[in-house]
Design a protein around this ligand. Structure first.
Ligand code: PSU
Ligand code: MN
Length: 306
């Protein structure tokens, strides 16, 4: 496949795609807005290595110099991580503006799915997806990630969603939009730092091959949209629920007091939860992303071989 206008596919990614080998997309807002520097850069590079070690080719996605990129250089990852919140956080609506002005942008789950689909990449690993925010009845704050999952054919492997969100409403929204939520070796919806929550997933699947088979069936029938693959954080890295809940409550209060809304909301909450829980939550965050990278690689390989 040749790169469409606006899109640069890195040579190793292009080679894998044209020879039918497994590729795993990775997002860049997690680098700029999801973790502090320098751990964000170290993690991004480590996650790429983890994908490679497990037999797939990583394609970290961002917008650089107004070009959509599927596959970044180390320098580009360093640039995004160092600039942090100064980089534009790019969701679907923002993409044409960054392209037109030749800008630097970090792609959210939604925008990463858009670019992955353009490149022909079907499997994507990240930490957590956006969702319906608590108090959305008033604020209408529902992440564009959920609409993207409804329309773009990319499977997103994540550790569930952080409870900065309303997990119940997030599941309801996904159900309405026809987006399946699969639990990998679990019946419970993982809540990012913890392995479970009060909610059930729609389907439990215990192997990467079963997940790949469902993706094949879905897309073979041209059913549009993606899938959430919720992969619980490994037991040894899970956080005590009380510590996390307390930090999240405080972060939410601060956001309300400071009038943080719109696209600033999630980055603000992520940064506050990270600061309030110190290095523990960051270490957990890093481990769960690595864990998702491994599962995504296995799913991508099964998908290519089936
Ligand atoms: N949740 C996390 N870490 C993250 C994000 C969410 O635990 O880094 C990022 C992802 O890029 C996600 C975005 O797509 O935040 C959602 O932002 P919003 O809620 O503004 O749609
Ligand atoms: Mn929002």
């Amino acid at each position: 496949m040749t790169s469409p206008a606006y899109l640069d596919i890195a040579p190793d990614v292009q080679h894998a795609l044209s020879t039918g080998r497994a590729v795993v997309a990775l997002e860049s807002t997690i680098i700029s807005h999801g973790m502090p520097y320098p751990q964000n850069v170290a993690t991004a590079l480590q996650v790429e290595d983890e994908v490679r070690k497990h037999g797939a080719v990583p394609a970290t996605i961002a917008i650089v110099g107004g070009r959509l990129k599927a596959g970044l250089s180390r320098d580009e990852i360093e640039q995004l991580g160092r600039a942090g919140h100064a980089v534009t956080k790019v969701s679907r609506r923002d993409i044409p503006f960054l392209v037109a002005r030749g800008g630097l942008g970090a792609t959210t789950v939604a925008a990463t799915m858009v670019v992955a689909a353009m490149a022909g990449i079907r499997v994507f690993a990240t930490g957590g997806i956006g969702g319906v925010h608590r108090g959305a009845q008033e604020s209408f704050d529902i992440s564009a990630d959920l609409q993207e999952l409804a329309q773009t054919p990319v499977a997103v492997v994540c550790a569930g969603a952080k409870s900065i969100l309303d997990l119940r409403l997030t599941l309801e929204y996904l159900e309405t939009q026809g987006v399946p939520v699969v639990g990998y070796q679990t019946d419970a919806l993982p809540a990012f730092f913890t392995r479970d929550s009060a909610f059930k997933v729609d389907y439990r699947l215990d192997t990467a091959a079963e997940i790949a088979a469902v993706l094949k069936a879905k897309w073979a029938m041209a059913l549009k949209g993606g899938m959430v693959v919720a992969n619980p954080i490994p037991e040894q890295f899970a956080m005590p629920r009380e510590a996390i809940d307390q930090a999240i409550e405080q972060a939410l209060q601060e956001a309300t007091q400071q009038g943080i809304v719109g696209k600033e909301s999630t980055p603000f909450l992520l940064a506050r939860v990270c600061a309030l829980t110190g290095g523990d939550s960051l270490a957990s965050n890093i481990q769960l992303v690595l864990n998702n990278a491994r599962l995504a690689a296995a799913i991508a390989i099964s998908y290519c071989n089936s």
